[in-house]
Ligand binder design. Structure first.
Ligand SMILES: *Cc1c(COP(=O)(O)O)cnc(C)c1O
Length: 386
């Protein structure tokens, strides 16, 4: 392990296994048979993870996860369609933003980020608005780490005859997705979350009934998923230059997942999450979610005394950074929370280091004089007043 490597405790990009990084040492030709085989393995193994039988096909797309989301929305939505977007965090909001940019018809159901998407509310909306043709939701909303009710939403979409589009970006590979038990129409994810590969490749697993010229629209060249799919099917090649090294790393990441299994990976991440919450809680850092909604992907913490605002958070972030610990660098103002990732090759000792560094930060804050924050904290805990 490279000793200068920062310890990534972020929900993507992640700390990677040595064998995944080592897989990037080989230079392959993008249209050579060796690379076509890599592409084929990735498409097959992604589909295996989803238990998606031959009636599905997997389409890879260069870029981060958002590229595949924009590609799916612009390829599979016709001008006559209308999407219901469920938003309980920034990623649901991003989908709505993309739809606005492309002037694609949609409605949004917004929930607080600490509450899951309400199946009853979605059902009522679908019943009230017969123009809705598609349902879009996020599997694990990474803003908070909340789990949305995927099986229930998928069966509702089926029952109502609307096409389902799932953003399973941060869940796929660590939270079970089973196309046999809970069929979806389109499911989107990327290599750099729970597949434990570097950023650069995203993908959509699509029901083949949608892969026809009639069911698709070509609004852009590069993000045209149907055209990309035809390329894969006809020649086994990407239309334009693929990230060949990243693809080899993604193949290695998928190999690792096949060995560990989704259940095994879920358990490993859950152990990191539990260690983190157990260590942070006595310091006054509390998860913003109820435990039954908390995935093992990331934890959003809040501490109104010590980290009340973005300025205090920036101090905390810098303090952790000095100890080579990187957490997600943004503060969520509305809920006064920040997130720590539990995914990737995080070693339990890193969590202990993070807790210790957080304790040291709390001590330094208590003893530093003069700030309004100190007065607030002192009022909240007078027995600890220096
Ligand atoms: C990471 C993520 C995305 C995509 O973000 P990128 O920065 O484009 O990779 C989308 N949705 C969710 C839920 C995510 O966690």
């Amino acid at each position: 392990m490279n000793s200068k490597n920062p310890r990534l405790l972020t929900p993507g990009p992640l700390a990677l296994a040595e064998e995944v990084k080592a897989a990037m040492q080989t230079d392959l030709g993008s249209r050579d048979v060796a690379f076509r085989r890599v592409t084929q393995d990735i498409r097959q193994w992604v589909q295996d993870v989803a238990h998606a039988a031959p009636e599905y096909s997997t389409i890879l797309m260069q870029g981060s996860g958002t590229f595949a989301i924009e590609a799916a929305l612009t390829t599979f939505l016709k001008d006559t369609d209308r999407v219901l977007v469920c938003a309980n965090g920034v990623y649901g909001e991003t989908a709505a933003k993309i739809l606005r940019r492309h002037r694609l018809d949609h409605a949004v159901i917004t929930r607080p980020i600490t509450e899951p998407v309400s199946v009853a509310e979605v059902e009522a909306r679908l019943a009230a608005d017969r123009r809705i043709t598609h349902l879009y939701f996020v599997h694990c909303e990474t803003t908070s780490g909340i789990l949305n009710p995927l099986p229930e939403l998928l069966s509702l979409a089926r029952r109502r005859g609307v096409t389902s589009i799932v953003d399973s970006m941060s869940a796929f590979g660590a939270i079970e997705v089973d196309a046999e038990r809970h069929p979806f129409d389109i499911l989107i994810s990327s290599g750099n979350k729970c597949l434990e590969a570097p950023p650069g490749i995203a993908f959509a697993i699509v029901h083949r009934a949608l892969l026809t010229p009639e069911q698709t629209v070509s609004r852009t060249y590069t993000l045209d998923l149907f055209d990309q799919w035809r390329g894969f099917e006809e020649t086994g090649e990407w239309r334009s230059t693929p990230p060949t090294h990243v693809a080899q790393a993604l193949r290695a990441g998928l190999m690792g997942l096949r060995q560990e299994t989704v259940a095994g990976r879920h358990a490993r991440y859950a152990a990191i999450r539990d260690r983190l919450i157990t260590g942070m809680r006595p310091l006054g850092f509390l998860p913003i979610l109820r435990p039954e909604l908390q995935t093992p992907i990331c934890v959003a913490f809040r501490h109104d005394g010590l980290v009340p605002d973005a300025v205090a958070f920036a101090d905390y972030y810098r303090h952790l950074r000095a100890a080579r610990l990187l957490i997600y660098a943004r503060f969520h103002e509305a809920t006064r929370s920040f997130r720590i990732g539990c995914i990737g090759r995080i070693e339990p000792a890193w969590v202990d280091e993070l807790v210790e560094a957080t304790r040291a930060f709390a001590m330094s804050r208590r003893w530093s004089g003069g700030s309004a924050g100190l007065a607030r904290r002192a009022a909240a805990a007078p027995e600890r007043r220096p």
